[in-house]
Design a binder for this molecule. Structure first.
Ligand code: HEC
Ligand code: HEC
Ligand code: HEC
Ligand code: HEC
Length: 217
């Protein structure tokens, strides 16, 4: 009896899980980056970060950027076992995140206006990146070889997102930007290709799958 029942229960469970995952397929609407309910947004989601015209091009590769950038110099991660680097000041996409997440520029400072809404303490990384996963460096086959316990980003297959919003590729094609590991390697700012309901992560935190996607531990 039980040998018959168990597989049935499992497949029902799997179906429920699939249903839940497709319901959770991400959108920016309703995420922590949806600013429509803020009185400063004029009911617009994208405006704190993007603008269609006269955008700020001072950060390399900035996508039609509207948020006031930070002018901070950061304390960088270092360790005797780090093979990457030497690490440089955040640039490109990670600099854009830090325009809100270092806590020195108000969330509602954009389009030339200076706002007053500060990011919450829990999401404020501050101006020291020494206590954060290293970012802003090239992750290639040579680094994987030098480290000895990293997957080769050009060949290691990964799948990001969940439900109807899923993409498959390699670490290099899906998680790196100009070959670099950035904040967006682990996070999706738009909540599109995320899994679960917290931290806007592209790969599952359960069992540290996110970490084991790159670290061959
Ligand atoms: C909290 C800031 C933030 C908000 C809000 C935001 N974006 Fe973005 N967006 C970014 C950042 C940062 C990037 C750089 C690429 C990345 O990190 O994924 C980006 C990249 C993009 C890109 C180019 C890359 C891609 O993903 O195709 C498009 C298009 C885009 N955003 C559209 C939008 C639209 C449309 C909205 C509103 C519905 C929006 N974004 C809201 C921060 C934001
Ligand atoms: C316009 C300001 C702004 C920008 C730019 C921005 N964020 Fe955020 N982010 C916020 C705010 C605001 C919150 C949540 C509310 C709070 O903490 O005040 C948040 C929350 C988060 C969270 C927490 C999600 C959770 O479920 O706990 C993550 C992760 C995050 N952001 C990552 C990023 C990354 C990565 C980038 C760049 C690609 C980025 N953010 C760019 C303003 C911003
Ligand atoms: C290697 C993967 C990875 C990188 C790179 C990364 N994060 Fe995260 N981040 C995570 C994970 C996983 C969490 C979930 C909480 C935890 O494990 O600390 C998280 C949590 C957060 C949170 C929520 C606050 C908290 O501590 O719970 C914010 C905000 C955030 N990250 C922003 C950023 C920004 C900005 C960058 C780039 C400077 C960045 N992250 C780079 C993996 C990463
Ligand atoms: C997108 C790929 C990727 C993801 C995801 C990722 N890492 Fe990393 N991580 C790297 C690379 C590449 C380095 C640089 C290794 C080096 O240079 O020695 C690194 C560095 C580190 C270091 C510092 C190593 C040192 O020698 O100082 C630690 C610790 C670490 N990661 C832990 C984690 C944990 C924990 C997670 C999950 C929350 C995670 N990583 C997720 C790619 C990743």
């Amino acid at each position: 009896m039980s040998s018959l029942r168990t597989p049935i229960r499992l497949s029902l469970g799997a179906l429920l899980l699939l249903a839940a995952q497709s319901l959770l397929a991400g959108t920016i609407t309703g995420s922590l980056h949806d600013f429509t309910s803020k009185n400063w947004s004029g009911g617009r989601i994208c405006i704190a970060c993007h603008v269609a015209h006269k955008s700020d091009t001072s950060v390399t590769d900035a996508p039609l950027w509207s948020h006031t950038n930070s002018t901070q110099t950061y304390t960088l991660y270092s360790s005797p076992t780090l093979n990457a680097g030497p690490l440089a000041q955040p640039s490109g996409l990670s600099k854009l995140c830090m325009s809100c997440h270092d806590g020195t520029v108000a969330v509602d400072s954009f389009g030339g206006m200076t706002g007053t809404t500060q990011i919450s303490a829990v999401n404020n990384l501050g101006t020291s990146l020494a206590d954060d996963h290293p970012i802003g460096f090239i992750y290639n086959t040579a680094l994987a070889t030098a480290d000895g316990a990293l997957f080769d980003p050009s060949t290691k297959a990964v799948t990001i997102g969940s439900g109807s919003q899923t993409k498959s590729g390699t670490i290099a094609s899906l998680l790196l930007f100009n070959g670099k590991l950035e904040c967006s390697s682990c996070h999706d700012v738009h909540n599109t290709f995320t899994v679960g309901t917290s931290h806007l992560v592209k790969l599952p935190e359960a069992g540290s799958q996110i970490c084991l996607s790159c670290h061959n531990k």
